[in-house]
Design a protein around this ligand. Structure first.
Ligand code: SF4
Length: 509
């Protein structure tokens, strides 16, 4: 079979989901290919004669095209991660060149794509993309690449790993192309986005006739079953990265993504899609995690490990503190008493931890309690201080506009950030989206502001009148303009955000 990672997603590390599936197929000696079509399509654009011969209008575009290879190569070199300003210029210029390489009503970037007519939130638009693959900006790439792969071993199944909205249009264009060219090929669709669609109680499959199998949740066992290997439900598979172009990703060496669990061990936050979708928490046994990481780091020699868990559980954190990885690592952790212990944070640092992503969400205790976040602000404050002392960067996530928040609570968040400006290395600001199938959606008056049968979020009437417009105004006019906040935000790597932030933390750039 062929496993495909479709465009468009951040091209900075290999796709972990496909590596897991490839590990399962390899274990059962099932012949397969893994195609990172996202990375290949980007390289196709960068190398295409169109990019090289286009006559750009404007100085910025001219500079972006002139430096397209230089910027691609610069992002693969450590040197640029010592200077956020030079890095920003390289990323923004490379993105500009990619954007200006296509037209046809499509706005393309390194990590996103927008079509002026087709929405990834509407199944009829995705079906239209499937019916007209030649209109996709990557058609010249995949019309050559996909047939060559399918015919190489007369493969009979193609599976797409669809995790982000930004991949949906290209996934359906490629699936539609395969359906037309190879009517006998079975098409399988899985991944995080497909899981979210299928967990909606109102889900009915709009893709019959185009997609043969839709898979929700971790796909290893279901894929094996589709391929005729039935009854496997507990076996652990070490991810396999052998078929991926590990030297080509936009990072200064390979960043190895690894999931030690799916779901979330906390699973209580009221706004969280994991909870709304009722995804079970499935941890990989710690010994298997350590064996996988040891084997993969010895074989692949990454410059860093990216732990993908929604929240790395405390048992694994403690094990890593006791039993260091041989390479630096980063990931999401919950703010917890354990992180207030400076000795523990120092042990984490010695284990290779360069950055922890922390979902603080709010600087107001009542808001946190109403969200069932399980975070105490005093603990958060002590954790940030201990991490800073230990030399671990903190990437803090904030969420504005939750049903319990008003301007005065949002200002408390601002005050918390200002008080901890020296301990917070990076900030991610988000505006609350209400999961369409979460318990909260029933409590508030809702309307579909995204308007589409595949939408995952719904608009709601804020009970205290703190609507999205006011939230946005507060963020833009007050929060971001605060001197301390602006200083933190200036460090944010554009487009690659938390994927590249730990590289700066390592280089002190
Ligand atoms: S800790 Fe994160 S993943 Fe877990 S329930 Fe809360 S928001 Fe969701």
């Amino acid at each position: 079979m062929i496993l495909i990672h479709p465009p468009v997603a951040k091209p900075c590390e290999p796709p972990a989901g496909l590596a897991r599936l490839s590990g399962a197929l390899s274990q059962y000696k099932i012949k397969h290919e893994v195609l990172d079509a996202n990375l290949e399509a980007l390289l196709y654009l960068i190398n295409s004669p169109i990019s090289n011969t286009i006559s750009p209008s404007g100085r910025w575009t001219a500079r972006a095209f002139r430096n397209i290879f230089k910027n691609y190569n610069a992002l693969k070199n450590w040197k640029i991660y010592s200077s956020i300003d030079r890095y920003k210029r390289a990323v923004i210029d490379l993105n500009r060149a990619v954007e200006m390489s296509v037209n046809n009503g499509v706005t393309l970037g390194l990590a996103d794509i927008h079509h002026k007519e087709l929405s990834p939130l509407k199944s009829r638009d995705l079906i239209r993309a499937a019916e007209n693959p030649e209109e996709n900006p990557f058609y010249p790439y995949f019309r050559e690449r996909l047939p060559e792969l399918v015919q190489r071993e007369s493969y009979s199944v193609a599976g797409f790993s669809l995790n982000y909205l930004s991949q949906a249009l290209c996934t359906f264009s490629m699936a539609g192309f395969l359906r037309k060219e190879f009517p006998g090929l079975d098409i399988v669709l899985g991944g995080g986005l497909v899981t979210s669609w299928m967990r909606n109680p109102k889900w009915t499959n709009p893709f019959k006739g185009l997609v043969d199998y839709l898979v929700a949740g971790p796909g290893e066992y279901q894929l094996l079953s589709i391929l005729g290997i039935k009854g496997i439900s507990e076996e652990h598979f070490t991810p396999c990265y052998d078929f991926l172009p590990l030297n080509d990703y936009l990072s200064p060496g390979l960043i190895l993504p690894y999931s030690a669990s799916s779901g979330c061990y906390w699973n209580k936050c009221s706004f969280c899609p994991e909870k709304a979708e009722d995804n079970p928490y499935i941890p990989t046994p710690i010994n298997s995690v350590i064996m996988d990481l040891d084997a993969l780091t010895a074989k692949i020699r990454p410059v860093m490990v990216h732990l993908l868990d929604n929240s790395v559980n405390t048992t694994l954190l403690m094990r890593l503190a006791d039993d260091p990885l041989s390479v630096p690592w980063y990931g999401f952790a919950r703010i917890d008493k354990l992180l207030t212990d400076i000795d523990f944070c120092r042990a984490l640092k010695r284990s290779g931890c360069v950055m922890l992503k922390l979902g603080l969400e709010s600087g107001d205790q009542r808001v946190l309690d109403c969200m069932r976040k399980g975070i105490d602000l005093e603990t958060a404050s002590l954790s940030l201080k201990a991490l800073k002392k230990a030399g671990i960067a903190a990437y803090v996530y904030l969420l504005f506009g939750t049903p319990e928040e008003t301007l005065s609570e949002a200002r408390k968040t601002l005050e918390f950030v200002v008080r901890h400006k020296d301990e917070i290395s990076f900030l991610n600001l988000a505006i609350f989206n209400m999961p369409v199938c979460g318990p909260e959606a029933g409590k508030f008056q809702t309307s579909s502001f995204y308007e589409g049968d595949l939408t995952l979020y719904t608009d709601f009437l804020h009970p205290k009148g703190w609507d999205r417009k006011q939230v946005r105004r507060f963020i833009d006019n007050e929060f971001k303009r605060n001197k301390a906040v602006a200083e933190i935000l200036r460090r944010e790597p554009p487009i690659f955000t938390s994927n590249h932030a730990p590289l700066f933390a390592m280089k002190g750039g």
